[in-house]
Structures are given as structure tokens and as C-alpha cells.
Design a protein around this ligand. Structure first.
Ligand SMILES: NC(=O)c1ccc[n+]([C@@H]2O[C@H](COP(=O)([O-])OP(=O)(O)OC[C@H]3O[C@@H](n4cnc5c(N)ncnc54)[C@H](O)[C@@H]3O)[C@@H](O)[C@H]2O)c1
Length: 254
């Protein structure tokens, strides 16, 4: 139980593919979890899964695009769990929110949407969590689910890549400013993971490009989140752990 006694908030998307697996993994490792999702049924189902495995979890619904909701979800975690030790941010993407188009065709409002659902809320949640961690005086950890698009070009998803790159910048700043307070932030950067979103195009066309030869599993990203959120990673901060089956290290050779 790597997170025994820890209090964790999975903010946004806690009931989705990677978020659901993360919520369950945190619960299985002994953390008490507040799981937040836009869809109350998904949040409830994720919390129920943790409880049926013998863990402790509560659902909450909220929209990460709303600043008030983000603040309320952090406050709810503190109130419900009696404090906060681990913040996990999950929601993100491009094609689930706006059309994929080349950069010169991208509309202002779509750029703003991608900022709102990938980066703006993370910065707000991190700021709120930092205040809680500093008040508690017991440190804390933050893990954000990122993407290889943060460091590899994603054609027709420029805004998504820019926002995911921003997560690592945020983690580096948290590392530099708060390490002495016992606060760490890292990124779990996923490649192609078999979730509803990735499977919209069923994923088979990308498998050939993946050295491991398959899509990743949400549980594999969840395990990285658990590691980065736990004391096993006490000397790791401002980093991103890449979970991509080798995609980003493969050259264009046979
Ligand atoms: N699936 C992949 O291949 C892949 C690859 C790299 C990175 N990622 C990243 O993983 C994260 C999760 O992706 P996923 O594929 O598990 O997504 P998903 O679509 O399976 O789940 C998304 C969840 O977020 C919730 N949600 C949507 N909008 C919300 C909002 N405004 N406020 C709160 N909750 C909201 C949905 O209800 C859903 O439960 C994202 O950050 C994504 O960028 C995914």
C-alpha cells in the first residue's frame, strides 16, 4: 500500500478512461479518494469501484472550465477527506473538444477551449493545492496526466501540444519553488492509450508505429501516477515520465 493514509483528489475526468483507472489504483494503494468528473454518474461509478474493492472514495461533479468549480472541488477534498496530500489532474485532449485542423485554420474560440480544458484549470488547481499543502505544513504531491504531444509535434492538434508542453513548465516551476516545502509535481506523459477517445479512430492505424506493438492501457498510466504521487518518488520532481511503448525514441529506420 504505497499511499496508505494519503488523501487524494482526482480532479476532472476521474470517471473516464485513464482517470477511472487512476482513481481505482489510488484507492487500491490505500489512499482515500475524492473523484471529480463532469459526469456525476461516472464519478459515482469510479467511487463505487474503489469502495467495492475495500477502499475509501467519494464522488463529486464539477466542470474544470469553471474557476468556481475548480476551487470548490479542492475545497470539497479538504472537507471530505480531512485534508489533501495528492492532487491528480486528468482532463485534457483536443479531438474530444474541438475539431482537429491545421494551425492556420484554427478558430480563436477553439484555441481558448483547448487552453481551458488542458492547462488553465491545472494551473488554478495547482495553485489552490499549493495553498492547502503550505497551510497543512506536511508537503504534498501533484501529478498531471500529460501527453507525448507536449514534446512531439501532433499535426492538426497544435493547441493540444502547446498546452501539454505547458504542464511540464508548470511542474518545473513547482519543483524549483516548493521542493523545500516537501511539495513535488511531475507529469505522466501518455502515448496512445486504449480509451474511448483514442478508440474513436480505433487505434489500429497507430499500432504499427508503436515499438511495443499495442496501445497502452489506462492502468499502465495509473501505475505511473501512483508511483509519482508516492514517497517512492520522493527524489523526483519537475519531471515527466513517458508511457508511450517506445514511440518517442524510435527513429525513422527499419
Ligand atoms: N487516451 C489517450 O490515448 C491519451 C493519450 C495521451 C494523453 N491522454 C490524456 O489523458 C487524459 C484523459 O484522457 P482519456 O482518454 O482517459 O479521456 P476520456 O474521454 O476517456 O475521459 C475523460 C473524462 O473527463 C470527463 N470530462 C470531460 N470534460 C470535463 C470537464 N470540462 N470537467 C470535468 N470533467 C470532464 C469526462 O466526463 C470523462 O469521464 C487527458 O489529459 C488526455 O490528454 C490520453
Amino acid at each position: 500500500m504505497r499511499l496508505s493514509g494519503k488523501r487524494a483528489l482526482v480532479i476532472g475526468g476521474g470517471g473516464g478512461g485513464i482517470g477511472r483507472a487512476t482513481t481505482e489504483a489510488l484507492g487500491n494503494e490505500g489512499a482515500s479518494v475524492l473523484v471529480a468528473d463532469l459526469d456525476p454518474d461516472r464519478a459515482a461509478a469510479a467511487a463505487a469501484a474503489v469502495r467495492s474493492a475495500g477502499g475509501t472514495a467519494y464522488p463529486v461533479s464539477g466542470d474544470v472550465r469553471s474557476a468556481a468549480d475548480v476551487d470548490a472541488m479542492i475545497a470539497a477534498a479538504v472537507q471530505r477527506l480531512g485534508g489533501l496530500d495528492v492532487l491528480v489532474t486528468v482532463v485534457g485532449g483536443q479531438v474530444a473538444f474541438v475539431p482537429a485542423v491545421k494551425l492556420h485554420e484554427m478558430a480563436d474560440e477553439d484555441w481558448d477551449t483547448i487552453y481551458e480544458v488542458n492547462l488553465r484549470y491545472v494551473a488554478r488547481a495547482v495553485r489552490a493545492a499549493l495553498r492547502v499543502f503550505l497551510d497543512q505544513g506536511t508537503g504534498g504531491t501533484i501529478v498531471s496526466v500529460g501527453s507525448v504531444t507536449g514534446f512531439m509535434a501532433a499535426p492538426e492538434q497544435a493547441a493540444y501540444g502547446v498546452m501539454k508542453a505547458g504542464l511540464l513548465s508548470l511542474a518545473r516551476t513547482v519543483a524549483a519553488e516548493y521542493a523545500r516545502d516537501g511539495i513535488r509535481m511531475n507529469i505522466a506523459a501518455a502515448g496512445a492509450i486504449a480509451t474511448a477517445v483514442a478508440n474513436a479512430g480505433d487505434g489500429t492505424e497507430v499500432v504499427e508505429e508503436i515499438p511495443v506493438g499495442r496501445l497502452g492501457r489506462s492502468e499502465e498510466v495509473a501505475q505511473a501516477v501512483v508511483y509519482l504521487g508516492s514517497d517512492a518518488a520522493a527524489y523526483v520532481t519537475g519531471q515527466q515520465l513517458v508511457l508511450d511503448g517506445g514511440v518517442s525514441v524510435r527513429g525513422p529506420f527499419q
